[in-house]
Structures are given as C-alpha cells and as structure tokens.
Design a binder for this molecule. Structure first.
Ligand SMILES: [Zn+2]
Length: 288
C-alpha cells in the first residue's frame, strides 16, 4: 500500500507525457520510453520476462586492438562481468528453458523472485571461452542458439581473436552444466540466395526440413528456434512449427509477453557494446 501514491504519481506522469506526445511536444524517445502498453494490464506486466541477447565477446584490449573494435555485436568481457555482477547484486536468477516455457505460457505462478533468460546467438567460441566461466562463477545459466553447420567437430587448437570461431560439437557436453543449446539453423544463417533475405526465408520445404533435421541431430530435441538476422514471416514460422519448433526468438525489442498457442513469439532485449551499465540496468525497469 505504501507504493500506491508513487504508482499513482507515475501514471499521472505517463498520462501527461502521452498527452504531450499527442500535441507533438515530446520527442520520439520520450514517447517510446514513457507510453504504457495499453493492452497489457498491470498483473500481466508483472508476468513479462526479460530475455537478454548477446553475440560475440572479446577482452577489451583485444577488442580495441583488432577488427572488432567498432563491431556492433562484439561486447567486452569486462562489461559482461559487470552486467552479471549487476544481476546478482540486484537479486536476479537465470531461467532454464523449461522454467521459461512454464512462465511464458502462464503455467507457473510468477514468484516474487526476479528472473531473466540469458541468450547468446550464433554459438561463438568466445561465448564458451569467456562468458561460460563468468556465468558459472555467478551461478547463472544461459541458452546458446547454435548455427550447427559452422561447428567444427573438435575444439579449435588455437584461439584466434581476429576470426569468428564456433563452439565445437565436442565442447557442448562439458559445458552443458551452464548452457542449454537451441536452434539457429544448420546452414541457413546467410544471404547467399537473396542479398536482403535470409536463406531461411528463401529455402523450399525440402531444404528447410533437411536443415532442421541436421540441426536437431546436433542439438538433441529442442523446440526453441532463433531467427537469423531477426528475419521471419508468417509462412516460415508456420513451416517451422510443423517441423516441431514452438518458441521463436526474434529481435523485436521488449520483454517477452506471456502468451499461449502453437507459436510463442519472444521479444528480446539486445545488450549492445555501446550500452553503459546504467543502460543495462534500464533494460530491467518494468516499463521497458
Ligand atoms: Zn545469428
């Protein structure tokens, strides 16, 4: 009850900002940050889940010295540690996929505990080499969406910071105490067939089924699928649903919304290399 006046005040501020936006007096940024989602009731907002996205990591000195200095998806290992520290200090625990499924489908009561689903796209070797030990130290788990066709069978003999290397198939089992593995296509994470459309969208039914089978042969059973480049349409989602996938990870920005049905579409929060720790913390504000 103590919070009520604050909540009321906040809504008044939000209403005022919405009015200003209507009059063209607030910037786009203000509107995006402040406008409440009118279709989401307060209890539903409480059930939304932050799903954060990472790609590639390098220690700051290696990052600044090399070709990924300005890379838009290469975060520093130091910032990753700071962010995991922030999550721990602020009482967050990470979700396993089974828990996430139950929460997103409203099959489990959301506890008061703060939850986050940590995801890594592509399955770079740096995810294993640098992020795995930090996650383990902090007691967090994460999901890695693997492009299985790029995985070497055995571990690379040498770490080459100037190259994009991938987690080897032989490295998966020993890291499964921290990582769960999910699909990011076997060999359709490119734009070979059309310069602006992912090969996933261009593949015919046979090619799609074959790719999914190859991917699942390496991953084991998973119903979690991340769209390459964030590109998807109704048709490909439907076809992937027929192949057994159910949880679809997009690059749509926002917290994952509870939903039911054959296809569960999941928005995520990208952690950009330019993000400060304060910016990272803002991702977890309940009006994000
Ligand atoms: Zn990707």
């Amino acid at each position: 009850m103590k919070l009520f006046p604050q909540t009321l005040l906040r809504w008044l501020v939000l209403c005022l900002l919405s009015c200003l936006a209507g009059l063209g007096m607030a910037s786009d940024q203000d509107v995006t940050d402040a406008t409440p989602d009118e279709e989401t009731s307060a209890p539903e907002r409480a059930r939304r889940i932050p799903v954060i996205t990472y790609h590639h990591h390098l220690p700051q000195d290696l990052k600044m010295a090399g070709r990924y200095r300005d890379g838009s998806v290469t975060n520093s290992v130091e910032s990753f540690r700071e962010q995991m520290e922030w999550l721990r200090q602020n009482g967050y625990s990470s979700l396993k996929l089974e828990e996430f499924e139950a929460l997103i489908e409203n099959r489990a009561d959301p506890s008061m505990e703060k939850k986050v689903l940590i995801t890594f796209d592509d399955g770079y070797l740096t995810t294993l080499k640098f992020c795995y030990p930090i996650l383990k130290e902090y007691g967090f788990t994460a999901v890695v969406f693997l492009i299985t066709g790029r995985q070497p069978a055995l571990a690379e003999s040498r770490f080459l910071p100037e190259k994009l290397q991938y987690i080897a198939r032989a490295q998966m089992a020993p890291a499964s105490d921290v990582f769960e593995w999910a699909a990011h296509t076997h060999n359709l994470h490119s734009m070979k067939l059309n310069p602006s459309r992912s090969d996933l969208l261009v593949a015919d039914d046979g090619a799609l089924a074959e790719d999914a089978a190859l991917s699942l042969a390496q991953l084991g059973q998973t119903r979690h699928f991340c769209f390459p480049f964030g590109q998807y349409d109704e048709q490909v989602t439907e076809r992937l649903t027929h192949l057994g996938f159910r949880y679809f990870y997009t690059t749509g920005k926002g917290w994952a919304q509870p939903q039911q049905g054959r296809k569960i579409m999941i928005s995520r929060l990208n952690v950009s290399p330019r993000m400060t720790l304060a910016g990272f913390a803002r991702l977890f504000r309940d009006d994000t």
